[in-house]
Design a protein around this ligand. Sequence first.
Ligand SMILES: O=C(O)COP(=O)(O)O
Ligand SMILES: [Mg+2]
Length: 208
Amino acid sequence: MPLAIFDLDGTLVHSAPDIAAALNRLMARRALPPFALPEVQAMIGDGARALLAKAFAARGAAWGEEDFGSFLPDLEANSAVLSRPFPGIPEALAGLAEARWGLAVCTNKPIAATRALLEGLGLAGRFSVVLGGDSLSVRKPDPGHVRGVLEAAGAAPGEAVMIGDHANDVLAARGAGVRSVFAAWGYGADPGADAVAFSPAELLQTVR
Ligand SMILES: O=C(O)COP(=O)(O)O
Ligand SMILES: [Mg+2]
């Protein structure tokens, strides 16, 4: 069975508004200035700890485990307040399922927040395998993250395709021997994926 492996933030879901809101609540608790949405979008893709590292570096401030310890539960509890699937994503997933593609998620977002988001948006039932940034000892761009999805789904690299909006997605896919499609509607820039999709409506044709 062919397998479509999706990145989450910036690919399936426009989740930056909730990530920005949780980050800015942390900034407020720390009496630091908030970030605008485009600034936050540019910091998404390497997981929650990396987001905090970039945000505090931008403010010239130190951060510690207590900041992560207050940010993470806030993100988990409020991951699907403002977030919505990108237009055309529910239809694209339905079309892929209809065409007998297996569907999986490989995201650097922490797994608890990932499950809360997918459930909150009614998307969880679509995916047979969901791995977050803290599900394994490695995460994208490490190919082991994609390999973990392949193993859990019982799929060979050659029958899978990874769809993502970040260099990490393309690099992890390439390292695992999986073809990549760059999601041009997301938050990143194309690092040289095998193909580019400009909208979710193109996905079924592009992965074929
Ligand atoms: O939460 C992040 O930083 C990244 O998440 P993604 O891998 O779903 O883009
Ligand atoms: Mg992404």
